[in-house]
Write a protein that binds this ligand. Structure first.
Ligand code: GLN
Length: 276
C-alpha cells in the first residue's frame, strides 16, 4: 500500500517535471509567438514585421500581391545589413501598436510617425524619413487655404493617424474616419467631404500617379514636421540591430539609392532622434 502510494507520488512528480520542461522548451522555441530567437534563412533570426500596405509609395500591394514601396525596400535592406530574415505581415494601421504590445509581431514599418504618445507604448528606431501633414482639397476649391479655414467643414481622415489627431483640433469640423488613406481621398474626390488631412508624400503621390483624380494640395506649407520610425516592442532585443543596420545604409549610400528610386529627389538630412 505504502509502496504503491510512493510510486504514485513519484509518478506525479515526474509528470509535473516533464510538463514543466515541455512548457519551457515550447516557450523557448517561440512556437506561440515569433521572436528574434528563431533562426531564419540568413542564420541571424527572423524578424516578423507588420505593415499596412495601403499607403503608397511607402507600402502597397504590387500587381502580383507582393509588397512594394520605400518602407519595404528599406526594411529588406536593413534585414540584409543586420542578418535578419524579414517576414512581412499585413495589418490594419490602428492594429499595429496593439500587435507590437501583444508580441505577435517583432517590429512595424508603416510610415509611422514617431510621437511622444506612441513612444510610451513602443520603442522607435532612429528616424528614417522626414514627412509632414498636408490638406488635400478638390482641384476647384478656393476657400480652403489653411487649417483655420477648415472650421465647420467636413474632413476625412484615416483612423489612428496623426492626420486624424490634427483634424480633431479644428473647431466645428465634421470628421469622417476611414480605414485607409486611399478611401479617405476617394471620399474627397467623390465630393462627400471638403478636405482630407493626410501625410503629404502619400497625398502628393496619389495625385501625381493619377491613382485619384481631381484633387490638389491646399497649401505649399505643411501643417506639421514629422519623422517616421520603425516601431518595436519596448525593450526589444532587435532595436539595436535595426538601428545599426539603418545607420549603415545611411552612411554607405544605399539609403539614398532607395530614396531616389521612390521619390526621385535627394533625401533630407535626418536627425539622430526625432524632436518630440
Ligand atoms: N504618418 C501617419 C501616422 O503615423 C500615417 C501613417 C499611416 O497611415 N500609415 O499616423
Amino acid at each position: 500500500m505504502l509502496r504503491l502510494s510512493r510510486f504514485r507520488f513519484l509518478r506525479q512528480v515526474l509528470i509535473g517535471l516533464l510538463s514543466f520542461v515541455c512548457v519551457v522548451t515550447f516557450a523557448a522555441c517561440g512556437s506561440g509567438t515569433p521572436t528574434t530567437s528563431s533562426t531564419g534563412s540568413s542564420g541571424g533570426g527572423v524578424l516578423k514585421v507588420a505593415t499596412e500596405p495601403a499607403f503608397p509609395p511607402f507600402e502597397s500591394q504590387g500587381t502580383s500581391g507582393d509588397l512594394v514601396g520605400f518602407d519595404i525596400d528599406l526594411m529588406k535592406a536593413i534585414g540584409a545589413e543586420a542578418g535578419l530574415d524579414i517576414q512581412f505581415q499585413s495589418l490594419p494601421f490602428d492594429g499595429i501598436i496593439p500587435a507590437l504590445q501583444a508580441g505577435t509581431v517583432d517590429a512595424a514599418i508603416s510610415a509611422m510617425t514617431i510621437t511622444a504618445e506612441r513612444s510610451q507604448s513602443v520603442s522607435f528606431s532612429r528616424p528614417y524619413f522626414k514627412a509632414g501633414l498636408a490638406i488635400a482639397v478638390r482641384a476647384k476649391e478656393t476657400g480652403i487655404t489653411s487649417l483655420d479655414s477648415l472650421k465647420n467643414k467636413r474632413i476625412a481622415v484615416q483612423i489612428g493617424t496623426t492626420g486624424a489627431d490634427e483634424a480633431k483640433k479644428v473647431a466645428g469640423a465634421k470628421i469622417r474616419t476611414f480605414d485607409s488613406a486611399p478611401l479617405a481621398l476617394q471620399e474627397l474626390a467623390n465630393g462627400n467631404v471638403d478636405a482630407v488631412i493626410n501625410d503629404a508624400p502619400v497625398t502628393l503621390y496619389a495625385i501625381k500617379s493619377g491613382n485619384i483624380s481631381g484633387l490638389k494640395v491646399a497649401t505649399d506649407q505643411l501643417l506639421t514636421e514629422e519623422f517616421y520610425g520603425i516601431a518595436m516592442p519596448k525593450d526589444s532585443p532587435s532595436l539595436e540591430k535595426v538601428n545599426t543596420g539603418l545607420k549603415a545604409l545611411i552612411d554607405n549610400g544605399k539609403y539614398n539609392e532607395i530614396y531616389k528610386k521612390w521619390f526621385d529627389s535627394e533625401p533630407a538630412t535626418l536627425p539622430e532622434t526625432a524632436p518630440l
